[in-house]
Ligand binder design. Structure first.
Ligand SMILES: C[S@@+](CC[C@H](N)C(=O)[O-])C[C@H]1O[C@@H](n2cnc3c(N)ncnc32)[C@H](O)[C@@H]1O
Ligand code: SF4
Length: 375
């Protein structure tokens, strides 16, 4: 199986926490969409005719695209690739784009999963983040999407925001679960260089919440998600049974994927490719059919580090026989040497040839991963 990711780098407004590669100018949009179709054709052999089981239109704000623009992309994908009859097709959508008319149009595309950027159900949080929508629009976007016939919906929430208390986070989660959404991606806010949040924090205008409060909000998240039958299958991802993100799961299970568009990555087991992060240059170079990506051949150490970082964050854990068979025996010895102290401390557990981060270990996940890395 394989996957296709399409990056739509346009946004109508820049959120103050976001460092994703996006542009506020839509000037190049038409040209960009044309070039995306050219790149799909140029890279027709990348997936070696493997069945495409997931397609993800991410951004940026792909919900700025019209029904025709989306269907043009899908037509090209179906023409070139071996798309499965049971393909999961997700689009990331901002709540204020999801009016009745637009949802009706989305239903005329092959899209069968929506990932809605709700972020918070509180107006003051949304204002702080410089989001385009307000709390009411978040709620109604979900209800309208459900009324329009979308039954596989994911919502994004951000916690640990400045000024966020545990009580407020509980309220956010309860509103979320009352909406009967099938999947939740909940991210703790991170302060990325070159964002307004980062600058404001460094100049003292924004105050990070204390670490104990972050830990308490993560515990609340796990606890309330569990009570609402959401399975915690990856650090930031929770889903009802049968509604995990197949696309992200494919990344975490080492499946091959083709990333199309500026800044998109691709992976085929042996190398990673990174498309250039500049809309104008990307357009120019795809048209010239060369120089639009960089390629990195993966060493065994890269493969091991990638495997650890993707699998240990999931409930499926790191399969030691995979490491032995596909990466090398020396890494099996390495991981056991490194893991021993974490197993003894109860932060890692080893069962049926698989290494897992325990519930206790989840709170220091990044530290454990770093410790298991091969440098
Ligand atoms: C790149 S956005 C694309 C989705 C869509 N444009 C939107 O904003 O609704 C994907 C998600 O990443 C999360 N995100 C982006 N930057 C983040 C940050 N600095 N800290 C925490 N979450 C972040 C947000 O929840 C966002 O919905
Ligand atoms: S969070 Fe989403 S809408 Fe906001 S700037 Fe980033 S990609 Fe654009």
């Amino acid at each position: 199986m394989s996957s296709i990711y399409i990056h739509i780098p346009f946004c109508a407004k820049k959120c103050f926490y976001c460092d994703f590669f996006t542009s506020l100018s839509l000037q190049n949009k038409e040209e960009y969409l044309k070039v995306i179709k050219e790149e799909l054709l140029l890279r027709k052999n990348y997936l070696e005719n493997k069945k495409v089981k997931t397609i993800y239109i991410g951004g940026g704000t792909p919900s700025l695209l019209s029904e025709k623009e989306l269907n043009d992309i899908f037509r090209q994908i179906y023409k070139i690739f071996n798309v499965s009859g049971k393909v999961e097709i997700t689009i990331e959508a901002n709540p204020d784009d999801l009016d009745k008319e637009y949802l009706r149009k989305l239903r005329k595309t092959p899209i069968n999963r929506l990932s809605i950027g709700i972020q918070s159900f509180f107006d003051e949080d949304l204002r702080l983040m410089n989001r385009r929508h307000n709390a009411e629009q978040g709620i109604y976007a979900v209800k309208r999407a459900q009324d329009s016939g979308f039954f596989n919906i994911s919502g994004d929430l951000i916690y640990g925001l400045p000024g966020m208390t545990s009580e407020k986070w509980i309220k956010n989660l309860n509103i979320f679960f009352d909406l009967k959404i099938q999947h939740l991606s909940a991210y703790h806010i991170t302060y990325e260089p070159n964002t307004v949040f980062y600058k404001k924090r460094n100049s003292g205008k924004l105050k990070e919440i204390p670490e104990e409060e972050s830990i308490s909000q993560f515990k609340i998240l796990k606890n309330l998600a569990g009570k609402n039958n959401m399975i915690h299958y990856e650090t930031s991802n929770f889903g009802k049974k049968g509604f995990f993100s197949e696309h992200n799961t494919a990344y975490w299970k080492q499946k091959h994927y083709l990333g199309i568009g500026t800044g998109a990555h691709s992976y085929n087991g042996e190398s990673r490719q990174f498309n250039i992060k500049n809309i104008g240059e990307y357009i120019k170079k795809v048209k010239k059919r060369s120089g639009f990506f960089e390629k990195e051949i993966l060493s065994d150490a890269d493969k091991y580090n990638d495997y650890i970082i993707t699998t240990l964050r999931t409930m499926w854990g790191a399969d030691i026989s995979y490491i032995e068979k596909n990466i090398g025996e020396k890494f099996v010895k390495f991981i056991f040497d490194k893991a021993k102290k974490h197993i003894d401390n109860g932060n890692l557990t080893y069962k049926k040839n698989t290494l897992y981060i325990t519930e206790k270990g989840k709170f220091i996940e990044d530290y454990i991963l770093e410790d298991l890395f091969y440098f």
